[in-house]
Design a protein around this ligand. Structure first.
Ligand code: SAH
Length: 244
């Protein structure tokens, strides 16, 4: 999969892609991440990428021409790409969307700065406007990294063990169960006995209950769209859950 990041800060990505899962995927040629310096698509001496907003107001707005030109050049290259604009006004990025994007061959990510990007780019050149959460970042670069990281780990072959993404939080609409490792006792804090029992059926049951209980406590709204069977529903009701 290929990610092209359109940004005025290409060096922002230098260190962040050098570690962990993403780095290994890049080395294994499963993933390629390129940065495109927006200033290379300006025509003036100062390499200007922003200007004052029409109608007045604070801050600067990213000019449409450099972004348009960068996209024009990128889109002429195969494979076909989905163009994403990072923006707090966009569709909320979640695990399901990460899974959908992981099926694609190429994404172009446009990183805004200042007050954002001239609206005409979104209207005419963008396939998906994407937000990584209901808060405002100072630039789309961090949001682009969030998307790259979450999408990459869902591409087959990127994670060492395929099943580790299957159990992750959100994969079936629930939060993941709690995990423990050695030592068995630390500061008098013990690992739940059942995990040491070697009884896999019992462990699976305990983990399912944990998942359900945690989701009910922390993110009850997720339960409305989670994949639940009769047993799950019965257990949740015993905790006080009422379907809405
Ligand atoms: N004035 C804009 C915010 C601009 S923030 C507004 O209120 O909607 C500057 C840039 O940071 C945006 O163009 C976008 O690319 C990025 N950004 C900020 N918050 C984001 C979020 N939650 N998700 C994705 N991108 C975000």
């Amino acid at each position: 999969m290929l990610f092209d990041i359109v940004t005025i800060f290409p060096h922002f990505f230098d260190s962040s892609l050098k570690d962990g899962v993403v780095r290994r995927a890049i080395e294994a040629d499963i993933l390629k991440v390129r940065t495109v310096n927006l200033r290379d698509f300006t025509t003036d001496r100062h390499r200007t990428t922003d200007d004052r907003p029409f109608g007045g107001g604070d801050g600067m707005v990213m000019k449409p021409e450099p972004i348009y030109k960068a996209l024009d050049v990128l889109k002429k290259e195969p494979p076909e790409a989905r163009v994403i604009l990072l923006s707090p006004r966009g569709k909320l990025f979640d695990q399901a969307l990460a899974g959908e994007l992981a099926q694609l061959q190429r994404l172009i990510l446009i990183c805004g700065r200042y007050e954002g990007v001239d609206e005409r780019i979104r209207e005419h050149c963008v396939d998906i406007e994407l937000s990584v959460g209901d808060y405002v970042l100072s630039g789309g670069e961090i949001a682009a990294l969030v998307v790259i990281d979450a999408v990459s780990r869902l591409i087959p072959g990127v994670l060492g063990c395929e099943s580790s993404a299957e159990n992750d939080s959100f994969s079936d609409g629930l939060l993941e169960f709690s995990q423990y490792t050695r030592p068995r006792v630390f500061n008098d804090w013990e690992v739940p006995e059942v995990l040491l029992s070697g009884n896999h059926a019992k462990i699976a049951k305990w983990r399912r209950k944990q998942s359900l209980g945690l989701t009910y406590e922390q993110r009850p709204e997720l339960l409305n769209s989670a994949r639940l069977d009769e047993k799950d529903i019965k257990y949740l009701r015993s905790l006080g859950w009422e379907e809405s």
